[in-house]
Ligand binder design. Sequence first.
Ligand SMILES: [Zn+2]
Length: 313
Amino acid sequence: MHAALHRLCRLCRLALLPLACLPSAGAWAWGDVGHEVVALIAWPRLTPAVRDKVTQLLATDTQPFKMANGQMTNASFANQATWPDYYRSSQGPGGQPYQQTHNWHFVDIEIPGGSLDQACFNYPALPPELPASEGAEEDCVVDKINQFRQELASAATPAAERLLALKFLLHFVGDVHQPLHASDEHDAGGNTKMVSAPGIAAGNLHHYWDTEFVLAIPAPQATAEAIAAKLAAAITKTQAHQWSSLDPKVWAQEANAVARTKAYGALPPPKTVGGKSTYSLSASYVGNATAAARVQLQKAGVRLALLLNDALK
Ligand SMILES: [Zn+2]
């Protein structure tokens, strides 16, 4: 769930500080965990027939990509869920393909007062015959999920585009459930707010929600597999039923509500340290945020499976 980097880069382009855009290795690995958790929760919820179709589609992928740990991969369902972040960053912040998919990872509903429609650039129509992977730069994650879902469901979609649709969906369903991918308080989605908390290295608010609150979920190990196993086992039938909306607008509004109440609404007053506003998060903020991240990941996993089961039925 890694909007941190591209949001920072948007800022540093404005500030003409290109060196500040260089990713740190650490920033990468962690962002992947949330996406892998979502995919690992979704996988056993797919029907056997859909699992086969997904496996067959991913097997046609001839473009391996390099993970943060140096591993080259294009094979696993969970790893594929991280691909759009690597794809985007591989082009660099000034590159045309980077720009093309930059906005698709989030829906920046402004706090206060912003609307979903504004944050989605009023849903630019996809011209006939143009694949969703080549659609307008100014589009949001909600609209892209709907476009790629249609492509995945249609037998008329060319095979290469269908594969791309699947790869983007595996990632974007996760992104739209990250509260700071569905909100903005004129702070680049939390990237410009510095925070600290007991036992967690100081960082920015977006990174905390991308990563630290995911890793804080109690599990035998802080790995995607262990966290996903814990979360998957705890999903009840009633919850899965309550979460069964297939409308990404609903998903975005829910994530935005979490951001308003738990991410931004619960922040303590800032202190000024070295000329910067910083927020010292309490143990109770961290506990509530971790619980919220847990539910958001569970919802994303359930909904990714629903969406794939529906599109590939
Ligand atoms: Zn992303």
